[in-house]
Design a protein around this ligand. Structure first.
Ligand SMILES: [Zn+2]
Length: 203
């Protein structure tokens, strides 16, 4: 049973960070040396200012998943072109799913590469490299005590008439038992940096 750590007196603030959805692609590259491995990592780190990037494996098999805005679809092809020009074995998949995860795990095992952790949706448990919603629960000093990730499906299911009910609905559905969330009072705390920020008090 998950511990009841959620909404107690240590939680002072809840911040919700909705992330845009977009087009996803996974790139698998087999490298022949540590220099090539570093080159591929450099290509993707240079893209971080334009799109969301998450590394999936390190070693002989270097793989990344990216998420681009719908209007930036051509960048997905451009990355593939660059990789195919320079490396012998390149596989691209224009989606992210359980099957590609199994392929990556199998190829990593065969090539002795390291599989890096990927976040999971804290409601349905699905592997989710770019969660649609991230909810951070902070303590008195503003430091984040608990961070929860939710996929697009679970975020859509939590749809509520207002943002406060939306947050409560997500936390109530979370696998972790946020026991007192229904009774928590959320007070909007306006901030330009984090628009969906609420102070918590228990009633
Ligand atoms: Zn989910």
């Amino acid at each position: 049973m998950p511990a009841k750590v959620g909404i107690d007196n240590t939680i002072r603030e809840i911040c919700v960070d909705p992330q845009p959805n977009g087009l996803r692609a996974v790139y698998l590259v087999e490298t022949r040396s540590s220099e090539e491995e570093q080159e591929v990592e450099n290509i993707f780190s240079a893209l971080e200012s334009q799109l969301e990037v998450r590394q999936l494996t390190k070693g002989k098999l270097v793989s990344f998943v990216v998420q681009a805005h719908e209007s930036d679809a051509e960048i997905i092809d451009e990355i593939e072109d660059v990789l195919k020009k320079s490396y012998v074995f390149v596989v691209t998949q224009r989606s992210f799913d359980e099957l590609i995860c199994r392929i990556i795990n199998e190829l990593s095992r065969q090539t002795d590469s390291k599989v890096l952790p990927i976040p999971k949706c804290n409601i349905c448990g699905k592997i989710e490299p770019f969660p649609s919603t991230v909810v951070n629960l902070s303590g008195e000093d503003g430091s984040v005590l608990v961070s929860r990730n939710y996929c697009a499906c679970c975020t859509a299911e939590a749809c509520a008439p207002n943002n406060k009910d939306f947050i409560k609905s997500l936390l109530a559905a979370d696998k972790r038992n946020f026991g007192k969330i229904e009774r928590a009072q959320l007070v909007r705390h306006r901030s330009r940096k984090q628009p969906l920020r609420y102070l918590v008090s228990l009633i």
